[in-house]
Design a protein around this ligand. Structure first.
Ligand code: UDP
Length: 330
């Protein structure tokens, strides 16, 4: 019995591998290492280097390992990039999920926990966002996640694969001991960019849009700690193993912080100056995304622990200070 983590060398996938192993699951990681890092994968995991869209490769993994459940993180996840190159998003995120489901069906694997996104909602009519609100993605990335969710639904009906789709809000932070964390090339996410600026690796942070209809004109997001996020995946897997119905759950902290507030919080945590400069809006960015995570709390029993924004930034700061050059330092 093993859990297969697709995208296991990425930022979120590597935390999943680590936490699954700590919980005693036999853990298999698959990654094509185009954005992930081999050094991010826990040494006790079985690792296969390959692309989930390569069906013979993925079949060979399922043929070798007794996979009982899949956590699927293997995707491209940048809103801005998806607006410039939508087809690569549909190829990676939709076709990649299709191949995964085809192979799961062939090998009779019945449980998948899917990484979805708040980007499926687009600009919400009200916050906090509940799972029954309309899906109106404003980016190709959000659309690709919604298309994959629809594929999961039709597959459940036709072939009985049960799924939990977790719609992430803004995932942030790092493992408390600073041994694994976020390392993207190029980096586009707000918290790492703030911290790289605090480290003197960047001169300033551009604030994408200061004319949004929010309290200070900058975008509001809901930040959830990566370890809490993975706790929800493990609970979702256990929920499916215990006969739970397929479902969709938001994962967020239920509080929103503006980009300017995040910059100020990062200044306080790092005790360093972080220069910011107003810039144009980033295409595809909704103004405010805040989750209601009541459904995940009530049905999965999720209880996020690292909910304080300073604590989340401090855990990321611990990683960035120990690894100013990311995994090149490991
Ligand atoms: N953001 C920003 N400057 C940056 C990076 C991000 O102003 O250099 C803003 C971005 O427009 C969004 C928020 O910070 O409103 C979070 O962006 P991020 O890319 O971290 O996550 P996303 O919301 O795209 O998942």
């Amino acid at each position: 019995m093993a859990i297969l983590v697709l995208g296991g060398a990425g930022y979120i996938g590597s935390h999943a591998v680590d936490q699954l192993l700590n919980k005693g699951f036999k853990t298999i990681a698959v990654d094509h290492l185009q954005t992930g890092h081999r050094k991010a994968v826990h040494e006790k995991a079985v690792f296969y280097h390959g692309d989930i869209r390569d069906k013979p490769f993925l079949r060979s993994v399922f043929a070798k390992e007794n996979v009982t459940g899949v956590l699927h993180f293997a995707a491209q996840s940048l809103v801005g990039e998806s607006m410039k190159d939508p087809l690569s998003y549909f190829n990676n995120n939709v076709y990649g999920t299709q191949i995964t489901l085809e192979v799961m069906q062939e090998f009779g694997v019945k449980h998948i926990v899917f990484s979805s996104s708040a980007a499926v909602y687009g600009e919400p009519e009200k916050v906090p966002i509940t799972e029954d609100m309309p899906e109106k993605p404003e980016s190709a990335y959000g659309e690709s996640k919604l298309m994959a969710e629809k594929m999961l639904k039709w597959c459940e009906t036709a072939c009985g694969i049960k799924y939990v789709s977790l719609r992430y809000f803004n995932v942030a932070g790092a493992k408390t001991d600073g041994s694994i964390g976020e390392d993207h090339h190029p980096e586009t996410h707000l918290i790492p960019i703030l911290l790289q600026t605090a480290l003197g690796q960047r001169e300033e942070v551009l604030i994408f849009g200061t004319d949004y209809d929010t309290k200070d004109g900058t975008c509001i997001r809901d930040y959830v700690h990566v370890s809490d996020l993975i706790d929800a995946h493990i609970l979702a897997l256990e929920y499916l193993q215990n006969g739970g119905d397929s479902g969709i759950f938001n994962l967020g902290s239920s509080s929103g912080f503006s980009v300017s507030e995040m910059a100020e919080a990062a200044r306080q945590v790092t005790e360093r100056d972080i220069k910011v400069r107003a810039a144009a809006r980033r295409p595809g960015d909704p103004s405010t995304l805040i989750a209601s995570s009541d459904k995940a709390r009530n049905i999965l029993g999720w209880n996020p622990k690292q909910t304080d924004i300073s604590e989340i930034i401090a855990s990321a700061w611990n990683w960035h200070r120990q690894h100013p050059n990311g995994y090149k330092d490991k």
